[in-house]
Design a protein around this ligand. Structure first.
Ligand code: ZN
Length: 151
């Protein structure tokens, strides 16, 4: 990765961290879960509105935390809207591999789009929890659980 590209990725994280997308409590949500990352102090609530087929009709979040956790949650809401439940879970799997270093570089990174910006956290295990908190919380909500924790 060139330095220019690295700067760009950081800009994406800063932008989403400062101005999180879908930071709201949507009307008519039918699933919600609260996520907690005590090591960093990130806390957020993910709201989902799933249609009858289980597809994500709406997704939003509220909460507070570090730039990485907020940016990851913001990007997540943009990326899973309109996806089926299995697709959203598969995206988390791919993202999880990316940030934990399990991705060998031949996976479907293209699908991850701007989430690739978060791949730098793989060098910082504590930050991996920040980056994946919203995703753990989203899947907890899909599973009908009300809480998720990174611990
Ligand atoms: Zn954090």
């Amino acid at each position: 990765m060139t330095d220019d590209l690295r700067d760009l990725y950081q800009e994406v994280i800063l932008d989403h961290g400062r101005n999180p997308r879908n930071f709201r409590r949507p009307a008519g949500c039918n699933r919600r879960a609260e996520g907690d990352n005590p090591l960093c102090g990130d806390r957020l609530t993910v709201y989902l509105k799933l249609d009858d087929a289980g597809a994500v009709e709406d997704v939003a979040f509220e909460g507070r935390g570090c730039a990485i956790s907020m940016a990851s949650a913001s990007m997540m809401t943009e990326m899973i809207r309109g996806r089926g439940e299995a697709e959203a879970r598969a995206l988390f799997d791919a993202f999880h591999k990316l940030v934990t270093g399990g991705d060998d570089g031949t996976g479907d990174v293209e699908d991850l789009d701007k989430l690739v910006a978060l791949s730098g956290v793989r060098a910082f295990p504590m930050r991996v929890k920040c980056a994946t908190l919203a995703w753990h919380t989203m899947t907890a909500a899909m599973n009908g659980l009300e809480t998720a924790t990174t611990e």
